[in-house]
Design a binder for this molecule. Structure first.
Ligand code: NAD
Length: 302
C-alpha cells in the first residue's frame, strides 16, 4: 500500500506559524468572541479547539454562552464593541431561517466565518474583493476554505496555472451539498476551474465554468448521473455525510485518487481506501480552526 495519510494537524502548522508571526509583528492582540447558544456537544468540542488554537497563536478568544433568545442582542453588543475584532456563532442555534437572519446580524467587518450574505453572494459570483481597489479580501467560510487549503497542500492545485484557474482539468466529487459546506465548496472549486460533481441524497449536480473555462463564474446543471458513474472519474473525492453507517464504496474510487473526509464520522473505510487512494486525509477540523483565525486577521489568499 503506497497511500500517504495526511493529517490536519500537519497541514495547519504552517498557517498557525504565519499567524503567530503576523500577530507578533502587529503588536495588537486580536480578540475573537465565540457565541455558544446551543447544547450541541459537537459545537462545544469546536469551541474547545478554537480556544486551544487561539491560545497557541496569540489570539484572545472569549467564549460567551447565552440563551438562544438573547443571542441577537449579544451579537449587537459585540458588533458595537471596538475591543472585539471578530465574532463567530456555533450553529445550529434555532436550526431554521432564524439562523440565517442571525448570520446577517453579525457586522460584515467582524464576520470571521464568511456567513454574511454579502460574502456568500460574492463567493457564488466569484467576486474576490469587497472594494474596487482590491484591498479588502472577501471572507470565505472556514470549512470550505480549509478544504481548499488541504487541496493546495496535497498538490491538487497546479501552481504553474494562474490564480483562479489552478484546478483546470481536475474532476472532484463532493458527497454533501449543505449550505454550510458542500454547496459553497462546490462553487469555490468550480470557480477555481474544477469540474465538480456535487452529490446529495436527492441526486447529482455538476458545477463547472465550461470547456476552456470560458465562463467567469461556474454554472450549475442537473444530471441523471449516479455515484457509481462519477467516482471512477474523480481525481478527488471529498465526503461529509453525517452518518456513522455511511461508507463510500472503495471499489469505485479511481486508483491514485485524493480522498478527503470532513464528516465527524469516518466516511471512508480506513483500510480499504488506503489500497486505492494516493492520498487520504481522514479529518480536517484543525485546518478549519486555523482558517477561522486567518479570517480574523484580514482575509484569504484564494
Ligand atoms: P448537513 O446534514 O447539513 O448536510 C449533509 C449533506 O450530506 C446533505 O447535502 C445530504 O444530502 C448529504 N447526504 C447525507 N447522506 C447522504 C448519502 N447517503 N449520500 C449522499 N449524500 C448524502 O450536514 P453538514 O452541516 O454539512 O455537516 C456534515 C458533516 O460534516 C457533519 O458530520 C459535521 O459535523 C461535519 N462538519 C465538519 C466540519 C469541519 O470543519 N471538520 C465543519 C462543518 C461540518
Amino acid at each position: 500500500m503506497s497511500c500517504k495519510v495526511v493529517l490536519a494537524q500537519g497541514i495547519s502548522v504552517s498557517y498557525r506559524e504565519e499567524l503567530k508571526n503576523t500577530i507578533k509583528s502587529r503588536n495588537i492582540r486580536p480578540k475573537l468572541v465565540g457565541f455558544l447558544a446551543n447544547e450541541d456537544p459537537a459545537a462545544a468540542k469546536y469551541a474547545e479547539w478554537t480556544a486551544k488554537t487561539c491560545a497557541e497563536t496569540g489570539v484572545e478568544f472569549e467564549l460567551r454562552t447565552c440563551a438562544r433568545n438573547d443571542l441577537e442582542d449579544k451579537i449587537i453588543e459585540a458588533n458595537q464593541d471596538t475591543g472585539v475584532h471578530g465574532i463567530m456563532v456555533y450553529y445550529p442555534v434555532f436550526g431554521d431561517r432564524q439562523d440565517q437572519y442571525l448570520q446577517n446580524v453579525v457586522d460584515v467587518s467582524k464576520d470571521v466565518e464568511g456567513l454574511h450574505h454579502k460574502y456568500v453572494y460574492n463567493m457564488y459570483h466569484n467576486i474576490r474583493f469587497l472594494d474596487e481597489a482590491k484591498t479588502k479580501k472577501c471572507i470565505i467560510p472556514c470549512t470550505p476554505l480549509g478544504l481548499v487549503k488541504v487541496m493546495e497542500y496535497v498538490g491538487v492545485y497546479n501552481g504553474i496555472l494562474p490564480h483562479g484557474n489552478r484546478l483546470h482539468g481536475r474532476v472532484v466529487t463532493i458527497i454533501n451539498r449543505s449550505e454550510i459546506v458542500g454547496r459553497p465548496l462546490a462553487a469555490l472549486l468550480a470557480n477555481d476551474g474544477a469540474r465538480v460533481y456535487s452529490v446529495d441524497i436527492n441526486g447529482i449536480q455538476e458545477f463547472h465554468r465550461g470547456v476552456g473555462l470560458q465562463l467567469k463564474k461556474h454554472e450549475v446543471t442537473e444530471t441523471t448521473l449516479k455515484v457509481e458513474d462519477v467516482l471512477p472519474l474523480s481525481d478527488v473525492v471529498i465526503t461529509g455525510v453525517p452518518s456513522p453507517s455511511y461508507k463510500v464504496p472503495s471499489n469505485l474510487i479511481r486508483d491514485g485518487a485524493v480522498c478527503i473526509n470532513f464528516s465527524t464520522f469516518k466516511n471512508f473505510d480506513g483500510e480499504e481506501i488506503k489500497k486505492k487512494a494516493a492520498i487520504y486525509v481522514p479529518a480536517v477540523g484543525k485546518v478549519t480552526v486555523a482558517m477561522l483565525e486567518r479570517n480574523l486577521n484580514g482575509g484569504t489568499e484564494s
